[in-house]
Design a binder for this molecule. Structure first.
Ligand SMILES: Nc1ncnc2c1ncn2[C@@H]1O[C@H](COP(=O)(O)OP(=O)(O)OP(=O)(O)O)[C@@H](O)[C@H]1O
Length: 242
């Protein structure tokens, strides 16, 4: 079957509030879906359910066994060196070590294998978290605002890195983000979560590498911002004095 994730009629209630209310979403194998939504709409709840960290109250959720999550913060084990963090939970031995080293090389940290987590920058630590997720060769990669805590330049570099890694490994991806441009840059499809269900589910048609000034990109950005209830700043006219 060509489907990696199948969700139908998903409901999750906290007290009297149905945060997810009949949500449906399919993700094909190797497809990259970005999920936008205002704060508190249930994006993390959805990701946690897909990662088996939370349970639905109702509905169907079919996900592959091989799935990993990367959170906003790297969540490294401070008492393990970088390589130990990457291979944590894998069988001990040379084969895992080799896989771990390959994954570190892929995120550009081959020379940090013996470093301790507290010596890493925020961006490096997050790359270790990515290596730890990829070394398991997931069929589904769940990304919960993985770049949100990084400075703007590091965030752009991380977006490029994730784009490259995903193209190489081809997992299905669900990326939760607040950043509309990030969603449109990276994803094959962008969905917006509102009032418990997806109100938008759009295929991104711009060619890669994506140019934020491309008309298709800007038109999609405008539609997504409207769905999110955010007004786009008016463009500054050339020569205008402000
Ligand atoms: N374990 C819980 N118990 C009670 N309420 C919860 C629990 N987990 C989440 N919620 C509530 O569910 C709603 C959705 O939370 P969630 O973290 O999924 O939103 P989000 O869209 O990821 O938000 P943000 O963009 O701010 O991270 C919030 O109102 C939150 O308070």
């Amino acid at each position: 079957m060509n489907i990696a994730v199948h969700i139908e009629g998903l409901r999750r209630t906290f007290g009297a509030r149905s945060v997810l209310d009949g949500l449906a979403l399919d993700i094909r194998r190797g497809e990259f879906v970005a999920l936008l939504g205002a704060s508190g709409t249930g994006k993390t709840t959805l990701l946690r359910i897909l990662g088996a960290l939370d349970r639905p109250d109702a509905g169907t959720v079919l996900v592959p066994e091989a799935r990993t999550i990367v959170f906003q913060e790297p969540r490294l084990v401070p008492s393990k060196r970088v390589l130990g963090n990457v291979v944590v939970g894998l069988p001990r031995g040379d084969a895992s070590r080799e896989r771990g080293l390959r994954a570190l090389a892929e995120v550009g940290l081959a020379d940090h294998a013996r470093a301790w987590p507290h010596t890493l920058s925020g961006g490096e630590a997050q790359r270790v978290a990515l290596a730890r997720a990829l070394v398991r060769e997931p069929e589904l990669l769940l990304l919960d605002e993985p770049f949100a805590a990084l400075d703007a330049l590091t965030r752009l570099k991380m977006q490029d890195l994730v784009g490259d890694l995903v193209r190489r490994h081809r997992p299905a991806v669900l990326l939760v983000t607040h950043d509309v441009d990030e969603a449109v840059r990276l994803a094959d499809r962008v969905a917006v979560l509102k009032d418990g269900d997806l109100v938008t589910d759009e295929t991104v048609t711009s060619e890669r590498p994506r140019d934020a000034t491309d008309p298709a990109f800007t038109a999609l950005r405008r539609r997504l911002l409207a769905d999110l209830g955010v007004r786009e700043p008016a463009p500054v006219e050339e020569g205008a004095v402000r």
